[in-house]
Design a protein around this ligand. Structure first.
Ligand code: IPM
Ligand code: MN
Length: 353
């Protein structure tokens, strides 16, 4: 297995260190042969090479079977021209080069974290086990025309029928293996791109009669996520709406630090939902679980090794259950531990499985 590792900025490096501890153990435990190549992306790449996505990094990714990404961005690079910024010139460009059209974001509330969810004892009817499927290659993130000058600025939310159909098919296919419900989220009462979105999703649904489809406007979906998150199985949505709803989902399950994601395309890329968190970088308090769970998604979606994937989820849950938690999920109830202890503990529990 050839894996490209791009730790990036902020907490990226420290959470990636923990992730690599776990990957190392997996290699030994399951007798795998893993070849890692490191690349630079984002602000660290700007500082070193003057560009957020150097050729060398692109080549490392293109030669890999999967890419593990930490996070990118930080205040010191915020004032660069848009195309030179870590987000646009780095991450968005890489997503585009790797043809990453779908971003899968599991939003799962661990049993033992129910009391730290902001919904604790309130609206928690049923479990929270949601898969947000966010369109990643198009929409307002990439649409043209776009412009920014002193007098005006605009973006374009553009969708081709084929792009909507492709993401919808994936969502229905995945839903058949889950609780068979797709909620498509749009703004079809106002936006043309959402009107087409809804029409195409309806059409695709006919090919999956065993899956129930409903539609929600994004404003209502944001509210429903808080009022009754148990109603959701697969949430299918566009690039921008998926970005926003997934942070809301992360808050529901306790922390962005718990949420991994899988981007599906030519070469799959795995990255935490959360960002580089410059405010806590280097302090040893970042939660590496999202990054570690990226491994679980990588073994599921890239290497089709479900048992390894399940073991990683389980080891992370055991770590939480036994009280090894960073400050974001300890909420004054448990003494928090450092980032580096989390990786060690996940390895310990993995060994025992
Ligand atoms: C995410 C992030 C990115 C996005 C940023 C960093 C470009 O917020 O992965 O959710 O908006 O896609
Ligand atoms: Mn985001």
């Amino acid at each position: 297995m050839r894996i490209a590792v791009l730790p990036g900025d902020g907490i990226g490096q420290e959470v990636m260190n923990e992730c690599l501890k776990v990957l190392n153990l997996i290699e030994k435990k399951y007798n795998l042969e893993i070849r890692i190549e490191y690349g630079e992306i984002g602000g660290v790449a700007i500082d070193k090479y003057g560009t957020p996505l150097p050729e060398e990094t692109i080549n490392i990714c293109l030669k890999a079977e999967a890419v593990l990404l930490g996070s990118i961005g930080g205040p010191q690079w915020d004032d660069l021209p848009p195309e030179k910024k870590p987000e646009i010139g780095g991450l968005l460009k890489l997503r585009n080069l790797l043809r990453l059209y779908a971003n899968l974001r599991p939003i799962i509330l661990f049993e033992k974290l129910k009391d730290i969810s902001p919904l604790a004892n309130k609206n928690l009817k049923g479990e929270i086990d949601i898969l947000i499927i966010r369109e990643l290659s198009s929409g307002i993130y990439y649409g043209y025309p776009r412009a920014l000058n002193q007098a005006e600025a605009y973006d374009t939310m553009h969708y081709q029928r084929s792009e909507i159909e492709r993401i919808a098919r994936l969502a229905f296919k995945i839903a058949t293996k889950r609780r068979k419900k797709v909620t498509s989220v749009d703004k079809a009462n106002v936006l043309y791109s959402s009107m087409l979105w809804r029409e195409v999703v309806e059409k695709v649904a006919h090919d999956y009669p065993e899956v129930t489809l409903n539609h929600l406007y994004v404003d209502n979906a944001a509210m429903q996520l808080i009022l009754n998150p148990g109603q959701f199985d697969v949430i299918l949505t566009s690039n921008l709406f998926g970005d926003i709803l997934s942070d809301e989902g992360a808050a529901l399950v306790g922390s962005l630090g718990l949420c991994p994601s899988a981007s599906i395309g030519k070469i799959n890329l795995y990255e935490p939902v959360g960002g580089s968190a410059p405010d806590i970088a280097g302090k040893g308090v970042a939660n590496p679980m999202a990054q570690i769970l990226c491994l679980a998604l990588m073994f599921e979606y890239s290497f089709k090794m479900q048992s390894i994937s399940k073991a990683i989820w389980r080891a992370v849950e055991m770590t939480i259950n036994n009280g090894f938690r960073t400050p974001d999920i300890s909420k004054g109830k448990i003494n928090p531990v450092e980032t580096s202890l989390i990786g060690d503990q996940v390895c310990e529990y993995l060994k025992s499985l």
